[in-house]
Write a protein that binds this ligand. Structure first.
Ligand code: F1P
Length: 305
C-alpha cells in the first residue's frame, strides 16, 4: 500500500486478476501451440480420466465431455480426492493443477506412478509436480499471482481443446470481443445468478459460478441445463439471473421469463462467455469492496499438513 502525506492510496483491488484476465486470448494461442508441440496429451482411442481440484476439476469436466463428443474415446472426470482411477482400466490419467502443489493431485500422481501413464498440465514448473508425472504440458506463461484463477484454467482447457482437434482461433476472436464489450447491468446488480450448461459447457457453468463465489462472495449455483427445471427453477425471481453457457433447451427461455428472472445467453464461443463471467465476478467484487487477488478464506493452493 502506497502512502502520500496523510493520504493512504490503496492499489486497485483485483489488479492481478484483471491483468491476467485480459491476457487470456494470447495465452490460449500459446497454450494450443504448446499442446501440439509437446504431443503428450492422449490420442484418440484411449480410455482417459481427467482430474483436478476446484477450478482445475471443472476444466477436467469440460475436457472429458469434449473429448468423448469428438469421438476420441471414453473420458471421465473426477475430483482428485474422489478419483477411482487406480481401480479402473484407464490408459492415461490427465492431471491439471496451476500451482503443482495441491495435495490431493500430488497424492494421486504418486499412487498412479508405474501403474497408469499420467500426463500433467501445470502453471508453476518449479513445483514438485513436473517430476511426479510421465508427460507434461507446461504453461508457465499462464501462471498467476491472483488467488482467483482465470487464465491458467482457460489456457489448460485451450491446450486440451487443441488436442481433440478444436481450432482455438474462433474462441480467441470471441474472447477479444468479450473483453471489449460493456457488461449488462442485470449481471452486475443481480441478487443471485444460476449458471447452466450442456455437454462440455456444464464444466464452464460450474467454473463461472465458482468464480463469482470466490471473487465476489456472490450467491451462485450451477447445473446441467436440463436439470434446471427439476427443482432449481424454484430460486428464479425478479432481480435474479439465469445464464446459459451452452445450447439452451427448448422452452427454457419462456419458462424462465415466466418467473421474472433475467435470462442471459450469447452466440459467442462458450470459453469466451466464461471470460465475460470472470469480468462480472471482478466487477461485482470491486462493487463490494472485495479484493479477488486475496479472497476471504482462500489460498492459492490447498496444501494439507
Ligand atoms: C486448485 C484450487 C483452486 C481454487 C483455490 C484452491 O488449485 O482448488 O481452483 O480456486 O484457490 O486451489 P490448483 O491445483 O489448480 O493449483
Amino acid at each position: 500500500m502506497a502512502e502520500t502525506g496523510t493520504q493512504t492510496i490503496s492499489p486497485l483491488r483485483g489488479a492481478h486478476m484483471e491483468a491476467e484476465l485480459v491476457s487470456q486470448p494470447d495465452c490460449w494461442e500459446r497454450a494450443a501451440q504448446v499442446a501440439r508441440d509437446a504431443a503428450v496429451l492422449p490420442n484418440g482411442g484411449l480410455r482417459v480420466a481427467a482430474v483436478g481440484c476446484g477450478t482445475s476439476w471443472f476444466m477436467a469436466q469440460s475436457y472429458a465431455a469434449l473429448r468423448e463428443a469428438a469421438g476420441h474415446g471414453p473420458t471421465d472426470a473426477f475430483a482428485a480426492s474422489e478419483a477411482p482411477v487406480a481401480a479402473r482400466d484407464y490408459d492415461v490419467v490427465v492431471l491439471i493443477t496451476r500451482s503443482g502443489t495441491t495435495t490431493e493431485v500430488l497424492e494421486l500422481a504418486a499412487e498412479l506412478r508405474g501403474r497408469v501413464r499420467t500426463v500433467g498440465i501445470v502453471g508453476d514448473t518449479s513445483s514438485p509436480f513436473p517430476d511426479a508425472v510421465d508427460g507434461l504440458v507446461a504453461l508457465p506463461f499462464a501462471d498467476e499471482t491472483s488467488v482467483v484463477q482465470t487464465r491458467f484454467a482457460t489456457s489448460a482447457l485451450s491446450a486440451l481443446r487443441a488436442s481433440v482437434g478444436h481450432d482455438v482461433a474462433a474462441s480467441v476472436a470471441d474472447a477479444r470481443r468479450a473483453l471489449a464489450a460493456d457488461l449488462p447491468t442485470e449481471l452486475l446488480d443481480a441478487e443471485q445468478i444460476t449458471l447452466l450448461g450442456r455437454g462440455w459447457t456444464t464444466g464452464l457453468a460450474h467454473e463461472a459460478a465458482l468464480k463469482m463465489r470466490e471473487a465476489s462472495q456472490s450467491w451462485t449455483e450451477a447445473y446441467p441445463a436440463m436439470e434446471y427445471r427439476h427443482g432449481p427453477i424454484s430460486i428464479a425471481a425478479p432481480g435474479r439471473v439465469v445464464w446459459s453457457f451452452g445450447p439452451t433447451p427448448d422452452g427454457l427461455v419462456g419458462d424462465v421469463a415466466a418467473t421474472g428472472a433475467h435470462f442471459e445467453m450469447s452466440d459467442a464461443d462458450p470459453l469466451a462467455e466464461l471470460v465475460r463471467a470472470q469480468r462480472v465476478a471482478l466487477a461485482r467484487a470491486r462493487a463490494r469492496g472485495l479484493d479477488p487477488d486475496r479472497p476471504r478464506n482462500l489460498t492459492r493452493s490447498v496444501i494439507l499438513g
